[in-house]
Structure formats: C-alpha cells, structure tokens
Design a protein around this ligand. Structure first.
Ligand code: GAL
Length: 347
C-alpha cells in the first residue's frame, strides 16, 4: 500500500495542484487531484490481471480546465444536477443562485465545487481527506458550508464519504461525476456494457431536463433496467424521455433505504463488474450524451457520446422546488453525512 503526492500543474492564478496516488499491490490504483477533488484515473485489473483505467479523464490540468462543462471525475456541489431557474425558497426566504445552464443552475453554478482547489491531507496509506469551506453566499447559496470528502481505497473498490455542516439553513446535494468505461477509457462506446439499476421508479423531466415533479414507474419504458440490460439496447428508442435528454440522463428513485446496492455495470468483453452502493435516495444515470469528440482523453483518444457513463448517487434534482421529494435542507447543528462505494470484481 502506498500514497504518493506529486505536482499536477498550476491554476491560472498560480495555485499549485497536487495529485495523490493511492495503490494496493496487485489491486487498484486511484489518482485524485486537489482541483475539483477529481478522480483522474482508477486502474482496475480484470480476471487475467490486465489493468486498465476505467474512468474518463485527462493527462494534464489543462485538459480539465478546458472541459469543465463535462464534469469529468469531479466532486459536484453545492447542489448536484439542476435547480430550476436557479431559484428556491427556504424558511420563507427566496434565493437566486448562479445560472450556468440554459437559465438553470447546474451542479452548483459556474464555480461549483468541481472548480475549487480543495485542501488535502492523507489520513493513512489508504485514505485521502479533502476539505473545502464554501463561504456564505457562494454562488448565491446561503450559509457557510464546511465540507469534507474522503476517498478510501478498499481491497477491491473505493469508498467516498461526504460530510458537511453549515452555520445557516441551506440546501445540499453532493456527488462524484466519474464517467466509467470498464473496458478502459478511450476504448469506445459503453453500449455493450450491461447495466442493472435497483429502482422501480424515476423522476421524469421536461425538455430542459428539470423534473416535472412526477414519480413514474420504469415498467414499460426504456428506463426499466431492473434486469440486466445492454446500455445500448434501448438508447435509440423513440421515447419522449430519451429524446429530451439525448439518451439516458435521468434520476432513478432507488429502492429501499440505508447503504444498499444501487447499480451493477458489467463489461462482457473483459468481465469487469462495478457495483455501486449508496445510502442516497437517487441515482442519476448519464450516458455522456453531451460528449462530442472535442476533448482528447488521458490515453490520447477523443471522447464521443456514449464513451462512458456516469452513475451519480444523489438526492433528486431540483428537490428544493418539489416538497414531495426527500429533503435536501441542512440546518446548523446537523451533520450531512453520506457515503457511496464502488466495488469491482470480475464475472
Ligand atoms: C450530468 C447531468 C447532465 C449534464 C452532465 C454534465 O450530471 O445530468 O445533464 O449536465 O452532468 O455534462
């Protein structure tokens, strides 16, 4: 087991970015940047011991700075996914937060947690602790928020722990935005991967990808992934939800509560399997619909639509504007604490 820190370039204002490498001999290697808390690479062996990097990313800091709107591998906050019109009210106060995507607030606004320099401190050889203080009024959000994210390298996986406290009532929704390709980043489409999502329902969206507020059953729609289904099997079905999002870009209402399995992704060619466990109520399946071949990844290949998919554990998008959705309110004295685990094995 080892933990290595090395320079990874500097931000335009001169601040140095550090890359931490956590590794287990014969096992996984995880590389995390202090910029955005980005998972730059995650090397995973297959059944024959062949190791590839299963997340999309870039070789240099410049790559991340140039492709910020695709959120490669980063930590997302204060509020993952969209807030309609960048507006919500809390305790009778109306808030207007930064709008950065079609008149809505996406992933916490233009300078979200994905574009911040986090402080990092190795906890032990297997665990990296990242912290960030988001001041009151940051991107328009109320309350000074102290956030801590830990990346823990397990025997055959990664556990991400999120904790936050605030000094005034606020809303919060944190996730990680890694795009997975279990055959290796840059190897082409994930359409042949199979996927299971442990959800009977999803939250339908309108054309601007804002939830309508309904909770609909997946049964009878291309969003039904309760049984092992190839990612590409229904991707081109002329279903209104898929057309609105150009593919899958939907929040699933996960079955059950507490830490439980949310999804299982498998690559039939290499046998690699990823299981996602979380205590969160939702999971956003995003099939990289906006990847357009304009960014060259870490291995030298351009990323196109469907070359990776994100499984973002989260609270439901736009929750503050839908009182029936599970609450995203965090108050002083409360601890926001959640965790998500990516477990890898081979079929
Ligand atoms: C996803 C979101 C997509 C898109 C993407 C970043 O989390 O659901 O609509 O914004 O992030 O390109």
């Amino acid at each position: 087991m080892a933990l290595i820190a090395e320079p990874f370039g500097a931000l335009p204002d001169g601040s140095p970015v550090i890359r931490y490498t956590l590794s287990r001999p014969g096992g996984l290697t995880l590389r995390v940047l202090t910029y955005g808390g980005i998972v730059q690479s995650l090397e995973v062996p297959d059944a024959r011991g062949r190791v590839v990097n299963v997340v999309l990313g870039f070789a240099s800091l410049h790559g991340y700075l140039a492709a910020g709107d695709a959120y490669f591998g980063c930590l997302v906050g204060r509020f993952a996914n969209r807030l309609a019109g960048g507006r919500f009210s809390l305790d009778g106060e109306n808030y207007a937060v930064d709008v950065n995507a079609g008149g809505n607030c996406l992933h916490g606004g233009s300078t979200g947690f994905d574009k911040r320099l986090w402080s990092a401190e190795p906890f032990n050889d297997n665990e990296l602790r990242l912290t960030l203080t988001s001041p009151d009024g940051d991107q328009g959000f109320p309350g000074r928020l102290n956030v801590e994210v830990t990346y823990c390298l397990l025997e055959s996986g990664v556990r991400i722990g999120y904790r936050a406290t605030t000094d005034a009532p606020t809303v919060i929704n944190l996730t990680n935005h890694s795009y997975f390709n279990l055959a290796g980043e840059g190897s082409g489409s994930v359409e042949a991967h199979t996927l299971v999502i442990d959800a009977d329902e999803f939250t339908p969206v309108s054309r601007d990808l804002i939830p309508t507020g309904e909770v609909a059953v997946v049964a009878g729609t291309p969003l039904d992934l309760r049984r092992k289904t190839a990612v590409g099997a229904h991707l081109r079905d002329p279903h209104r939800q898929l057309l609105a999002a150009r593919g899958y870009d939907h929040n699933y209402v996960l079955r059950g509560t507490g830490l439980r399995r949310a999804a299982r992704l498998a690559d039939p060619t290499t046998g690699r399997v990823l299981e996602v466990l979380t205590d969160q109520p939702g999971l956003q399946l995003y099939t990289g619909n906006f990847l357009d071949g304009s960014h060259v990844g870490i291995g030298g290949r351009a990323y196109r639509q469907g070359d990776g998919l994100a499984l973002e554990t989260q609270h439901f998008p736009d929750s503050p504007n839908h009182p029936a959705f599970p609450s995203t309110v965090l108050r002083p004295g409360q601890l926001f604490a959640t965790s998500t685990t990516w477990l890898f094995h081979t079929d």
